[in-house]
Ligand binder design. Structure first.
Ligand SMILES: Cc1cc2nc3c(=O)[nH]c(=O)nc-3n(C[C@H](O)[C@H](O)[C@H](O)COP(=O)(O)OP(=O)(O)OC[C@H]3O[C@@H](n4cnc5c(N)ncnc54)[C@H](O)[C@@H]3O)c2cc1C
Length: 315
């Protein structure tokens, strides 16, 4: 990382730390209980440029390397942005990249700017009740009828699925009943489309993020909502997963740092048998071991991020 980028990272970390401590931490428990974050949080994050990082200026974003985007994720998760808040706030970062890379200019202009302004929410729907890892087996069907696609099927575990104004949906446009990576396409579906039924799922954590079950019953969307070419969806999805993996790794690193910060603070504060916990050799070993694992994770993340910024990873 060169000196200029290091300065940008430090400035961004400071902005994100302040935003997280002032705007998220005082409210996070309430939002986790309510099961969602307010729309106003999206607008506040957008005003600081946090939603638009990595998107072109012409669409309302700020071009930024992965090094900066990851710094945002690490800093927010380290300073108190819960996994649920972050999933809710940033679900567009898995929903929009396929459009950005493969969508028509008109589709990009319709969908992306209002999301980056924090006025609308975007979600990505790939997983189905029949299975998630095996993307080539998805069977939600979209058949072409004139200038429209008609979608039938079901999706599950969709982050922001119930609140989303736009959902990037993986569908099978090939022959019904076929499987395999060919014949998968990506369509953008408005959240209020007729025939789309959305139900919230209960889950063990990430409560501030809505996780939805979607049922498509003859949902019609204009054919211009197709992202890229028909049948090219599988490669788009695989590339998109790489970007998501990078962001999730950055979040995991930030959460590990938060755990270390709290463990160290408690070990300094808590006294047993006449001394603070941190004075005990076994506790010091444990803390050093945590710190070593955090440092090696950061080194790995930095190395992979550098490869992504050099264009060496298909995203
Ligand atoms: C909180 C949350 C949010 C999510 N958000 C989204 C979202 O926004 N959009 C979306 O599309 N999906 C989302 N998902 C779904 C997620 O991507 C899937 O859960 C994931 O792809 C795994 O699919 P599955 O749950 O069907 O598990 P399965 O595919 O049924 O796998 C079950 C287990 O078997 C293992 N396994 C599978 N195949 C193999 C293999 N070949 N070899 C060895 N082990 C294997 C898996 O690792 C897993 O442990 C979300 C899930 C959660 C929990």
């Amino acid at each position: 990382m060169n000196a200029e980028l290091r300065e940008d990272v430090a400035a961004l970390e400071d902005t994100v730390r302040r935003f997280t401590l002032e705007r998220i931490v005082p409210n996070v428990e309430r939002w986790e209980e309510a099961g969602e974050v307010p729309r106003s949080l999206h607008r506040e994050a957008a005003a600081l440029g946090l939603l638009g990082m990595g998107y072109p200026e012409a669409l309302g974003g700020t071009p930024a390397p992965y090094a900066l985007r990851n710094a945002l994720s690490v800093a927010m998760s380290r300073h108190g942005g819960s996994g649920g808040v972050m999933a809710a706030l940033f679900s567009h970062n898995i929903a929009l990249p396929p459009l950005l890379r493969h969508g028509s200019e008109a589709l990009q202009r319709e969908v992306i700017p209002p999301v980056l302004r924090g006025e609308q929410v975007a979600a990505l729907a790939i997983t189905e009740p029949g299975g998630g890892s095996d993307v080539a087996a998805l069977c939600t069907l979209a058949r072409r009828e004139g200038d429209e696609y008609v979608i039938d099927g079901e999706k599950t575990f969709i982050t922001s699925g119930v609140r989303a104004d736009w959902i990037t949906v993986a569908v099978r446009t090939g022959e019904p009943g076929t499987r395999g990576s060919g014949g998968i396409s990506m369509l953008v579906v408005p959240g209020d489309a007729r025939g789309l039924e959305r139900t919230r799922l209960a889950k063990m954590g990430w409560h501030a993020s809505d996780t939805g079950q979607l049922r498509f019953d003859a949902v019609r969307v204009p054919a211009r909502y197709l992202v890229g070419e028909e049948g090219a969806g599988f490669r788009m999805i695989m590339g998109n997963f790489n970007g998501e993996r990078l962001a999730m790794s950055a979040m995991a690193l930030g959460f590990a740092e938060a755990c270390f910060d709290e463990a160290l603070a408690w070990a300094r504060e808590r006294r047993t048998f006449g001394t603070a916990l941190v004075e005990k050799q076994v506790i010091r070993h444990k803390l050093v071991d945590m710190q070593m694992r955090i440092h090696s994770t950061r080194a790995w993340l930095d190395a992979v991020t550098a490869l992504a910024d050099e264009g060496e990873i298909g995203i």
